[in-house]
Every structure is written in structure tokens, then in C-alpha cells.
Design a protein around this ligand. Structure first.
Ligand SMILES: [Zn+2]
Length: 442
């Protein structure tokens, strides 16, 4: 048997034991992985003096700051807290964890936690000392201290933990962006998507068959928590083209919006709302058959808006004749949702570039240092088509403000006099000429 237990659960148990003046016991709640003899403890409840009857009113209920992926917490064993040989807890065959103070001159073997100047040792009954690799024992999880150890220095982990990213669209691109941002330490998410996970999603999506039929919001939220259990996550089942007004409040509280929908109308809706809220955004798009894609960053007042970029791509970058791609990544021929061509690995390059842009924008790493991304658009080619000379090629562009931009009029901002309302933004779609990108809007 191997038990993982968060440090703050141990500290809470010690605090409660002090409150009851002596040896106390409690029920561990967590997730059992019986096939591997592992118990993941997420909290404890019913802390009471040893021998006291379980009258069911044990109000001492502590949950770890961790949010377990599975919200159903089963009783997973017992914990006994206190001094001496009495601190053995109930023993009816269920796993028992013992938490006892280490004498000042005692040997600090095994897992220990310092609480109020005293060192406490945590031991799984029947074992002593530190857990051995592959063997029985207890591991204390120091989430705050250890979770980001291997990315410290590469990104500003403290800053990212405070950042709030709204992700619109949780398909192949959006789910990867969400998980990768969580891995990089982003601490606050708002997820927006109206759909459930379907069978044709799973060959590319971060979520798999275990999540079939679940809302993408819940499924992706679980993936984020698996990576960053301290993350704060809000969700909204909203189709942004149907309810553009529903975006305003959610975007207003964000540091960045990652736009991962697969249609330009939806991106134009988000573009307008981001300009209105003065919030930066980064757009990811994948070409037909996932032969490539592009990532576009928009900072209100500093760069052209997404609508400007669309027009600029049409006017300037269309000079290249090598446009290919009959298939449409985002829609099937009947414009109905359905399986879309494109390998996960090919879409993944675009998702990861979008994530790198997002991290640079969140941490101020634009145009400064080795990791600078100082161009507005990154084009990525998986194949030697369109504007790409060879496979796996990136090209960058800086775009111009477009005076006939329906959304911003070439200002890169939304005028405070603009009273057209979010629902009118799509009126201007026809102002953009044919999009030359493979699978682009025409
Ligand atoms: Zn514009």
C-alpha cells in the first residue's frame, strides 16, 4: 500500500489533535486506486478523540487545497494523530496512517511536516521509515513548494499563478492550450464551450473515451486540475456566435483571451468583445487538412485587431498563388458538425505555438529577450504548400491597420462611441475579401 497525503491535510490533522487534547482519529477521504494499491488522500473528516463513538456529528472536515479530478471522495482509511503507542487508531483491516511528533533529538526519518515548531512524522501502519521505490509507505505532497520546481526560472511562475486566461473553444486546439497553460503554471481559467465530447473528437482531443458524453468544460477542467490542482476554474456553456453579449463580463476579468474556435465569425465576435474590454487576445487557426495554421496576437491599442489582420492577409499575403486545400478543417461540406481531417500531431504544432504566444503575452515577454515573439502573426506549415517552401516551416509577419476594418476602423481599438452592439459585428464580415489561407473563409 502506498499513500499520498497533502501537507496541508497533515497540518490540519495536527491542529485538530491539539484541539481535542490528546490522541485523535479521523477518516481519510480520497481516491483508491486498488489495482495499484495506491490511496490518494484529499482530505479528512470526523476527527475525534480515540475511542469516542462515531456519533456522526464530526464537524471537523478538512479538504486539501488540491481539487481532486474525481469530485466523489470515498473513505480511504483512517488517521490517528498524537503521542505514543496509543496513537495506532482503528485497525479493522483498512489502511491506517499514524501521525506522531518526532522528539527534538529524534531521527527525522520518513515523511515529516513541521507544524508550529514541532516536527511530525507520518507513517503507514506496518511500515517504518521512508517509502521505498515501488514499495509501501507514505508520500507527503508539497504542492506549493514542489509542483513548479522544474519550470522555475523558465517562466515567472509566481506571476503566472495569478494570471487569468479565458479560453473560447475547447476542441483539439483549445483543450491543448488549456492543458499546456496549466502545465506552465497559469492559475486561473475561464472556459467557454457549448459542446459535449463526441467519439470523433477523441483521436485529437486532450480528453479520451472516459470523457465521452461529458461537457468539454468539465472534461477539460479535470485535465487542468490533474496538471495544476491549485487552479481556479470557471466555466460557461455558451456559443459565442449565438450569445455574443454573454462574453463581456467573463472577458473583462481576464488578462488574456485564447481564441480557439474554428470559424472566423466566432473569432470576430470575440475580437470585438476583447477590444471593448481592452483585453489582449491570441487566435489560433488550423488550415484544411491541418497542413498548417497560424497564430495571431492582438493587443488593443498596440496592434491591428483580428478583423484588420484578416483583411491584411487577404490583401497582401494572398500574393502567393500556391493556395491549396479543398477540404475545410472547420466544417464538413454540409456545414454540419462532423469528423474533420487533420492529424493530432499537425494540429498540435499550432496549439503549442499559440500557447507560447499566450505565455509571452502573459509574462510581458513580447519583444524582449531570447523568448521574444515580436511579430503579430506566426504562420506554421506542416507541408510544403501555400507560403511554405518545406515542411515544418514557420514564417512571421507584422500586419497593417486597415482603415476599412469594420470592427475598429483602423484604430486597433473600439471607439467609445461605438453603439452597434456585439450582435452586429458579423454584419461586417462581407467587408473582408476572400481569405487565401487553405480552408479559409470565402
Ligand atoms: Zn481592425
Amino acid at each position: 500500500m502506498f499513500v499520498t497525503i497533502p501537507r496541508d491535510v497533515v497540518a490540519a490533522a495536527v491542529d485538530r489533535a491539539a484541539a481535542v487534547d490528546g490522541v485523535a482519529t479521523a477518516t481519510l477521504v480520497g481516491t483508491e486506486r486498488p489495482e495499484e494499491s495506491v490511496i490518494q488522500v484529499w482530505g479528512l473528516r470526523d476527527l475525534r478523540p480515540a475511542g469516542a463513538p462515531d456519533d456522526g456529528d464530526g464537524s471537523a472536515d478538512h479538504r486539501s487545497a488540491f481539487t481532486p479530478p474525481d469530485a466523489t471522495l470515498a473513505a480511504a482509511g483512517s488517521v490517528a494523530v498524537g503521542d505514543g503507542p496509543d496513537a495506532t487508531g482503528p485497525s479493522d483491516g483498512e489502511p491506517t496512517v499514524r501521525i506522531a511528533p518526532v522528539p527534538e533529538d529524534g531521527e527525522r526519518t520518513g515523511e515529516t511536516v513541521d507544524v508550529d515548531g514541532t516536527t511530525w512524522r507520518v507513517v503507514l501502519d506496518g511500515t517504518d521509515g521512508p517509502p521505498t521505490e515501488g514499495g509501501d509507505g507514505v508520500a507527503i505532497v508539497h504542492a506549493e513548494r514542489d509542483a513548479r520546481k522544474r519550470i522555475d526560472g523558465l517562466v515567472d511562475t509566481d506571476a503566472l499563478a495569478d494570471r487569468h486566461v479565458t479560453i473560447v473553444g475547447l476542441g483539439t486546439v483549445g483543450s491543448t492550450v488549456a492543458v499546456e497553460l496549466a502545465k506552465s503554471g497559469v492559475g486561473n481559467f475561464t472556459l467557454i464551450d457549448p459542446d459535449r465530447l463526441e467519439i470523433h473528437n477523441v483521436v485529437r482531443h486532450e480528453c479520451g473515451v472516459d470523457d465521452l458524453g461529458r461537457s468539454k468544460l468539465d472534461a477539460v477542467a479535470d485535465r487542468i486540475r490533474e496538471t495544476n490542482p491549485l487552479a481556479s476554474i470557471e466555466t460557461a456553456a455558451v456559443d459565442v456566435t449565438e450569445r455574443p453579449g454573454a462574453l463581456a463580463d467573463r472577458i473583462a476579468g481576464s488578462d488574456l483571451v485564447a481564441v480557439c474556435t474554428d470559424t472566423d465569425p466566432s473569432k470576430l465576435v470575440v475580437n470585438r468583445e476583447c477590444l471593448a474590454a481592452d483585453v489582449p487576445a491570441v487566435y489560433g487557426g488550423v488550415y484544411a487538412g491541418a497542413m498548417g495554421g497560424d497564430v495571431i496576437r492582438v493587443v488593443p491599442g498596440e496592434t491591428p485587431c483580428y478583423d484588420c489582420v484578416l483583411g491584411d492577409i487577404s490583401d497582401d499575403m494572398a500574393r502567393d498563388e500556391r493556395v491549396s486545400g479543398e477540404a475545410d478543417y472547420g466544417r464538413d461540406p454540409d456545414d454540419q458538425p462532423g469528423p474533420e481531417p487533420g492529424l493530432s500531431v499537425d494540429v498540435g504544432f499550432v496549439s503549442l505555438i499559440q500557447t507560447r504566444y499566450a505565455l509571452a503575452m502573459l509574462s510581458g515577454g513580447i519583444g524582449d529577450g531570447d523568448r521574444a515573439l515580436d511579430r503579430d502573426v506566426c504562420f506554421w506549415g506542416n507541408e510544403a504548400e501555400y507560403i511554405f517552401d518545406r515542411p515544418l516551416q514557420s514564417r512571421f509577419a507584422t500586419v497593417s491597420y486597415r482603415e476599412d476594418c469594420y470592427t475598429c476602423g483602423g484604430t486597433g481599438t473600439l471607439s467609445v462611441d461605438d453603439e452597434r452592439g456585439a450582435e452586429t459585428v458579423l454584419d461586417g464580415v462581407t467587408a473582408v475579401d476572400e481569405d487565401p489561407r487553405p480552408g479559409g473563409r470565402d
